[in-house]
Ligand binder design. Structure first.
Ligand SMILES: *Cc1c(COP(=O)(O)O)cnc(C)c1O
Length: 419
């Protein structure tokens, strides 16, 4: 039941909080590991550390790090640790943002500013594949860049040859994803970054998903061809602490290969009656809570903690992929080897299964997946919190597949919603 008007008199706190708790009844039950995305659960201990750190920084404001030097230190330490993981040099530097989208917006804006300042580009272009996150299109829309879009290859990774045809003197930025959200197959970053360098453009690697997975996967013996600052020509990388970094929502890292490149990200204005104003990202007033919680989670987990969570995550994702491939009528799109996968109908089967009908059958069993397309598919971001429910999921997947075989298609795709 909704409260349609603001109460004219305040209500008792216990009533208000009880109402709020009741509002959550219809929400997905992420804490039981039944949600493949949206919430990434490192376990009750990780959550407890994050919550205690959050309570210390509930009210602090990172808008002014002179007033809150601790938040300045938290930001630079998180950036330094991430730069080390991603093989940046001594000069690699970054800022924290509120999330993946803001990191991407800032990276696009910095690329535009650099192209204008260093190459006189007045009609900047952004070259990207259809697997790159929609936030790049939001950035092009907001910041006045023309998006030049290419397709993906049969492997679902960005088509570099098609990108080469799009890159030219007006290119401000070329995008690679490690891995891209939809099918999870890492783009050929080395080739894409080389391509960007041929015209002096930036190359941003969107590792919002992979930034806190791929480095630890490599330590666990699952390496990927160079996709971080080891690839020449990569100028910036985004990595979301609030996804597989297991920090609560509201924090991502955006790194630039050098301080000179980072300069283009900062906005400064000195003609305001309020005085000189400078911000590193899109926010003004900026909560210290997610920054401090992320700092605590990263310190609490350390390299060995992340390796453990990544091991669990990748084993869980492998088992799910194996099961999907064993069910007649379904396939995994491409050959993703990390924590993402998309389940689609197998066109080679006599008895293909509609993925959205499968999604309905799984939803009826209490599992939440995002739907996407084209092609129509169920999307899974696997994280450590899903491991405890794995056996139940695998058996529900089999029974839901049988039930939905030949059934009608479910509702439309919905990665994000307006209300
Ligand atoms: C989640 C995601 C983003 C956007 O991040 P938000 O935190 O949702 O704003 C960008 N790129 C990739 C690959 C992502 O998975």
């Amino acid at each position: 039941m909704g409260n349609r008007s603001l109460p004219s008199q305040g209500r008792p706190a216990n009533e208000v909080l009880a109402d709020l708790a009741a509002k959550r009844d219809g929400d997905v039950r992420w804490a039981e590991g039944r949600t493949f995305g949206l919430v990434f659960d490192g376990g009750t201990d990780v959550r407890a550390v994050a919550e205690e750190a959050a309570s210390l920084y509930f009210h602090e404001n990172a808008l002014n790090t002179q007033a809150f030097p601790s938040l300045g230190a938290i930001q630079s330490e998180l950036c330094r640790w991430t730069a080390d993981l991603l093989h940046g040099g001594d000069d690699t530097a970054g800022f924290l943002t509120s999330g993946g989208s803001e990191s991407i917006l800032c990276a696009v804006e910095a690329a535009r500013e650099r192209a204008r300042a260093e190459r006189g580009v007045t009609e900047p272009e952004l070259v990207l594949a259809t697997n790159a996150h929609a936030a790049f299109h939001k950035a092009a829309h907001l910041f006045g860049l023309q998006a030049r879009v290419v397709g993906v290859g049969d492997d679902w990774a960005a088509d570099v040859e098609a990108m080469a045809d799009m890159v030219g003197p007006d290119t401000a930025l070329v995008v690679a994803s490690a891995p891209p959200y939809p099918q999870g197959v890492v783009d050929p970053v080395i080739e894409i970054a080389e391509l960007a360098a041929t015209v002096g453009a930036n190359c941003h690697v969107d590792a919002c998903m992979g930034g806190f997975v791929l480095p630890f996967a490599e330590m666990e013996g699952r390496s990927t061809p160079a996709w971080d600052f080891r690839a020449d020509g990569v100028t910036s990388i985004s990595a979301d602490l609030h996804k597989l970094g297991y920090a609560p929502k509201g924090v991502s890292v955006l790194l630039h290969r050098s301080r000179d490149l980072r300069r283009y990200q900062t906005f400064e204005f000195d003609g305001w009656l309020g005085g000189r104003y400078a911000t590193p990202n899109l926010q003004g007033t900026r909560s210290g809570l997610p920054m401090a919680a992320a700092w605590a989670v990263v310190q609490y987990l350390g390299v060995d903690g992340y390796r453990r969570l990544v091991r669990t995550t990748l084993n869980t994702a492998d088992r799910i992929r194996e099961q999907v491939r064993s069910i007649d009528g379904l396939r995994v799109l491409g050959d993703p080897v990390h924590h993402l996968l998309a389940i689609a109908a197998d066109p080679d089967s006599d008895r293909p299964i509609e993925p959205f009908a499968l999604g309905e059958a799984l939803a009826a069993r209490g599992w939440h997946h995002d739907r996407q397309g084209p092609p129509e598919s169920l999307h899974l971001t696997v994280s450590a919190g899903n491991a405890a429910a794995l056996d139940e999921y695998l058996s529900d997947l089999t029974s839901a597949a049988e039930e939905s075989r030949g059934g009608p298609s479910g509702r439309a795709t919905n990665y994000a919603t307006l209300e």
